[in-house]
Design a protein around this ligand. Structure first.
Ligand SMILES: [Zn+2]
Length: 281
């Protein structure tokens, strides 16, 4: 077969599954068959289409807000199968569409990549979903204002109520401990597990000389946290130039977090950020 014909077939296959998720054969044959024959009926075993849509918006918003650039990614735990998660194929977040969203198993392997390249650092997501059943969404970024806090020993702490989720301060993951000299990236489950251990039961962990990870119980919450982690880092560096900083105490942080982390408080900026993106495919 000529290369051109093969490319056409691959392109056509990719075009007809938008987005394509697969379920293992233990799914009841009747429900799969019904939805396959009637496209109007959503397959109850597949991820909620709203979850996929929110994940695409999350990619675009994080890029628009300067948290991710060509690199960085955001995932969501599959609402129908907690042992799986959704993550885009390897592409810049600003360009992600619904057709780019793939499913991964608990070990970070794609269920069906359909020949597409996947993110090298998907093990960040797999390891944290394994370690933290409460986590439903994860952002990994190299957001620039946060980087200095990973390399100086200055702790990233909540400077105002909007970043109260930082609590007593974000821990720093030191990849040299246990792994020695590396290329700094989380490219397997062993490194992922070590990172998840550093995160502990926290909301944000910094990665020395690399970036950071934020976790949340929803896509909206994790996007909120990733954005305000970056804002807090900027403000903390600015305040440090003026003098000693009077941070929120852990008690104030807990009280403020209960307010700023409420569904209503998280929905308002989400709608604003979404309005800047407009329609998505
Ligand atoms: Zn990275």
């Amino acid at each position: 077969m000529s290369k051109f014909k093969l490319a056409m077939i691959v392109a056509l296959c990719a075009a007809v599954v938008v987005p394509a998720f697969t379920r293992t054969p233990q799914a009841p044959a009747s429900s799969s068959a019904a939805s396959a024959s009637d496209p109007k009926l959503p397959d109850p075993k597949l991820p909620d289409p709203k979850l996929v849509e929110d994940l695409v918006y999350a990619n675009r918003i994080l890029s628009d807000q300067g948290v991710v650039d060509a690199f960085g990614h955001v995932s969501a735990r599959d609402d129908k199968d907690p042992n799986r998660f959704l993550l885009a194929r390897s592409v810049a977040p600003a360009l992600v569409t619904k057709a780019d969203i793939l499913e991964f198993d608990r070990n970070g392997e794609p269920i069906d990549a359909r020949g597409r390249a996947v993110y090298l650092e998907r093990f960040i997501h797999a390891a944290i979903y394994r370690a933290r059943p409460d986590v439903k969404a994860i952002v990994h970024s190299h957001s620039p204002a946060v980087i200095p806090f990973g390399v100086t020993g200055t702790i990233l702490r909540p400077i105002y109520h909007m970043s109260a989720f930082l609590g007593a301060g974000a821990p720093v993951f030191e990849i040299r401990n246990g792994a020695g000299m590396t290329n700094m990236m989380i490219t397997d489950n062993k490194l992922g597990d070590a990172l998840a251990k550093s995160l502990g039961d926290g909301t944000v962990v910094l990665m020395r000389g690399h970036g950071s990870v934020a976790v949340g119980d929803s896509i909206l919450q994790v996007v909120h946290r990733a954005i305000y982690t970056e804002v807090n880092a900027r403000l903390q560096a600015e305040a440090a130039r003026l003098g000693p900083i009077n941070f929120l105490t852990p008690e104030e942080a807990a009280k403020a977090d209960a307010q700023t982390d409420s569904k209503a408080s998280i929905s308002r900026p989400w709608e604003l950020w979404k309005s800047r993106i407009g329609k998505i495919e």
